[in-house]
Design a protein around this ligand. Structure first.
Ligand code: GRG
Length: 259
């Protein structure tokens, strides 16, 4: 469990929780639980994603994947134990009404379950070797990758006592755009990146006949879609002024990152 969590991830999802909190002036102490819980679920998903039955990868974050470093059974169990740990962390949150905590648990559960990341992963596996429309592909991305990113931002929204519908909707649209852009950039890095830089085997998507943005629409269209999503996302932050700067920085990082 430690190996799968403390092995050099970028921590983008926790950073999104804190940046969204900054945007809404939320007490940082209320953000630690969702930030940690979502990163634990992310770590859990990567361990499962790398298993032979899923994407069958040997390298993650520049190190052997958990099932290579240990063995398959240990990797499955370590991932299985990270998920309840995430919910135990959420249950330990103090300083909010019980109703808010319940909504937070529901938000994170939905984001990782069949209507979120797990459902998206099922669609991803089913799409191998198939041709999807842009709508189908982006729907899969919004679940597989976008759901946890969306939950990161919306968890901070849940902590706000005075968030109006307009600002909540703007952050919701921001989160959805950034979630899809994140996966398109991940696809681009799989094609353009080098294994020693991205920390995982480059070219794995083509090898597994994955339905990805570059495979279906080419690199140029992938880059353009990623940038259009970024522009749309940044537009949503305008009404937050200076308070939106950390979220804007992260959105740019997601689209411009090299790993
Ligand atoms: C985990 C509920 C659950 C079920 C398993 C395996 C699976 C279902 C889902 C996998 C979803 C998945 C791995 C999506 C890809 C998301 C993605 C682009 C991951 C890379 O994220 P980064 O770049 O990684 O933030 P680091 O290493 O920086 O943390």
């Amino acid at each position: 469990m430690r190996y799968g969590v403390f092995n050099g991830g970028k921590r983008v999802r926790p950073l999104l929780v804190y940046a969204a909190g900054e945007c809404l002036d939320i007490d940082t102490g209320l953000l630690d639980a969702p930030a940690v819980a979502i990163e634990l679920i992310h770590a859990f998903s990567l361990i499962h994603d790398d298993l032979p039955a899923m994407d069958d990868d040997d390298l993650r974050r520049g190190k052997p994947t958990v099932h290579i470093q240990f063995d398959e059974a240990t990797a499955i169990l370590a991932a299985d134990a990270l998920q309840p740990l995430a919910f135990a962390v959420l249950a330990s949150l103090q300083g909010v009404p019980a109703a808010t905590k319940n909504r937070l648990v529901q938000l994170v559960a939905d984001a990782c379950g069949s209507v979120g990341m797990t459902g998206g992963q099922a669609l991803d596996l089913a799409a191998e070797g198939k041709t999807l429309s842009r709508e189908q592909l982006e729907h899969m991305y919004s679940l597989k990758t976008g759901a946890l990113i969306h939950a990161s931002i919306m968890s901070a929204c849940l902590m706000s006592a005075d968030l109006d519908d307009e600002r909540a909707a703007a952050l919701d649209r921001f989160a959805r755009a950034v979630g899809i852009a994140f996966q398109i950039k991940d696809d681009i890095l799989d094609v353009e990146g080098e294994t020693h830089v991205i920390g995982k085997a480059a070219g794995a998507d083509e090898l597994h006949q994955k339905s990805t943005y570059p495979a279906l629409f080419g690199l140029d269209k992938s880059r353009r879609r990623c940038n259009a999503l970024l522009v749309g996302a940044l537009n949503e932050l305008k009404q937050f002024g200076e308070r939106g700067v950390p979220l804007a920085w992260l959105a740019r990082f997601i689209v411009e990152r090299g790993r």
